[in-house]
Design a protein around this ligand. Structure first.
Ligand SMILES: [Zn+2]
Length: 207
């Protein structure tokens, strides 16, 4: 687990195009090129090092290129902000293109109605440092309903915060029940990196 209390001391690779950021909607340039997500399912849930990690498969089409789902994990509260608003939970679905380039799909959750997919995950938690292969994979179709995604180039949000990562942040948040959020808070401590300077980077709104 990285120490989020001393994150100012994390080693930074270059520092000009870091993540997360506060996404200001009025800066985003609309582009008709909605990402597409097919065959997403979680097959294994792991709890390494005080975290919750999801493995499975799925294929995203991001600006006409295919990327494969590698791993999913959560941050609370959210790392990205939308117009200054911080969300209660953020899911990162890490992807890789064929050339090894990384893309992260970020889904944001606000407290509201319970999310059935999250319930399914929380019902299948392995013990700490163990993993659970699910007898029936969890389908993630409900998570990809957003009509638009913010896209910019940033970094990983954990050390060594490598840059050149493609981000796709869903513009419409999902909801998480207070009880579900309480479970996440109980499972792991706050693990959000502070927002970083935009430095005139372009932001697209893919719809
Ligand atoms: Zn993350």
């Amino acid at each position: 687990m990285f120490n989020y209390e001393t994150q100012k001391d994390w080693p930074i690779v270059s520092g000009q195009i870091q993540s997360p950021i506060d996404i200001e909607h009025h800066l985003a340039q609309p582009v008709e090129d909605l990402p597409d997500f097919v065959h997403y399912q979680i097959k294994t849930i792991r709890r390494p090092d005080g975290k919750l990690s999801l493995k499975g498969n799925g294929t995203a089409t991001l600006q006409k290129r295919e990327a494969h789902f590698v791993e999913g994990h959560f941050h609370h509260p959210s790392e990205h902000l939308l117009d200054g608003h911080q969300f209660d939970l953020e899911l990162h679905l890490v992807h890789e293109f064929i050339n090894g380039q990384k893309a992260v799909i970020a889904l944001l959750f606000n407290v509201g109605a319970a999310d059935a997919t999250l319930d399914n995950i929380l019902l299948n938690l392995p013990q700490p440092d163990k993993q659970l292969k699910l007898p029936t994979p969890i389908q993630l179709t409900d998570w990809f309903d957003a009509a638009s995604y913010y896209h910019y180039i940033g970094s990983l949000t954990t050390p060594p915060v490598i840059e050149g990562i493609e981000w796709y942040v869903a513009a419409t948040p999902l909801t998480i029940a207070p009880k579900q959020l309480a479970t996440f808070k109980q499972l792991f401590p706050e693990n959000n990196r502070q927002i970083q300077t935009l430095n005139d980077r372009p932001i697209l709104l893919l719809y």
